[in-house]
Design a protein around this ligand. Structure first.
Ligand SMILES: [Zn+2]
Length: 314
């Protein structure tokens, strides 16, 4: 039987996020002298986000507020996370902008909305990339081709066949050994001790790379994982889980119409999709979000985007 594995990156006390930040202000450190001797020091009025608690360090007298992920943003967290949710549910940034213009104060351009998607996807993925997962024994890895203004790019992704958790992904210009290894290294980190089989298609870049990345076990006198190469030529069929994942991704990314920004922002947008796939949307086959099966993380609020942003700012 598998032992449940803890989320390694966050101390248990910080796991349960409280909406009221002041309840755990005793854990706050002064950003200047790192002292934990902190007191509340009135509130600062902000234009669009209401009153924000201000703190003062008793040692060095430095006054500060806590960056809850929305520091210096001109729009409130509800509006921003609403934009993220609409975007990953398939609404274009232009349509989100039109919707907001009709119903909310302060017009935001579609470029702002695009920038929020990039910024917060990147922010949350710094947190979610560190989560160890209780995976099954098989992870499937594959790549999808994208075209931006006639130029090819690739989305390299991987899925745990048991929990349907998208384990790791990268949006890259090429799909050489270097790029694929980046994804494999993340898969190894997140699933270590659980995964025993890596399934790929017959693409040559995987040759030797899988065994090399996961390494040799002296104790067992064999490689840590079996590289299961499935080629359609041999009539062995498709890697069904990753194929289905690709269908979902294609469906959602139709609206992206080629990533107009840099490869980095395209990568961030796809990170956001990974977050949406693992944490936000319910997976039909398991009737849960994959994270509920794959991690020990508990998200308690309705607005999971906001909760993930808060978690990633601790
Ligand atoms: Zn201080």
């Amino acid at each position: 039987m598998k032992e449940p594995r803890g989320v390694l990156c966050i101390p248990p006390t910080k796991m349960k996020y409280k909406n009221n930040k002041q309840e755990n202000y005793k854990n706050i450190l002064c950003p200047i002298c790192k002292s934990d001797s902190i007191k509340k020091d009135g509130k600062r009025k902000t234009q669009n986000r209401g009153l924000i608690q201000r703190y003062k360090c008793k040692k060095c007298n430095h006054r500060f507020i806590i960056d809850d992920g929305f520091y210096r943003m001109r729009n409130n967290p509800q509006k921003i996370t609403c934009a993220l949710d609409l975007f990953y549910n398939g609404v274009s940034t232009r349509k989100v902008q039109q919707h907001f213009k009709a119903f909310l104060p302060h017009n935001s351009s579609n470029v702002s909305i695009y920038n929020w998607v990039v910024k917060y996807s990147k922010m949350i993925s710094k947190f979610t990339d560190k989560l160890k997962i209780n995976s099954g024994t098989e992870v499937q890895v594959d790549e999808m081709e994208y075209k931006t203004r006639g130029k090819k790019s690739w989305f390299i992704d991987s899925i745990d066949t048991e929990t349907r958790f998208m384990v790791a992904s990268e949006f890259t210009k090429t799909r050489e050994k270097k790029e694929i290894q980046e994804v494999l290294v993340k898969v190894k980190y997140k699933t270590e001790g659980y995964v025993t089989t890596i399934t790929t298609d017959g693409y040559r870049a995987y040759d030797n790379l899988v065994s090399k990345t996961f390494g040799w076990s002296n104790k067992k006198q064999r490689y840590n994982v079996i590289h299961n190469k499935v080629t359609q030529l041999k009539g062995e069929g498709f890697n069904i889980f990753i194929e289905r994942l690709h269908n979902s991704i294609r469906e959602r990314t139709k609206i992206f119409r080629g990533f107009h920004g840099s490869i980095e922002s395209a990568n961030s947008i796809m990170k956001g999709y990974e977050i949406f796939y693992n944490f936000i949307r319910k997976h039909q086959a398991i009737n849960k979000c994959p994270y509920e099966l794959a991690t020990d993380l508990k998200l308690n609020s309705e607005n999971k985007w906001l909760e993930l942003i808060r978690l990633s700012t601790f």
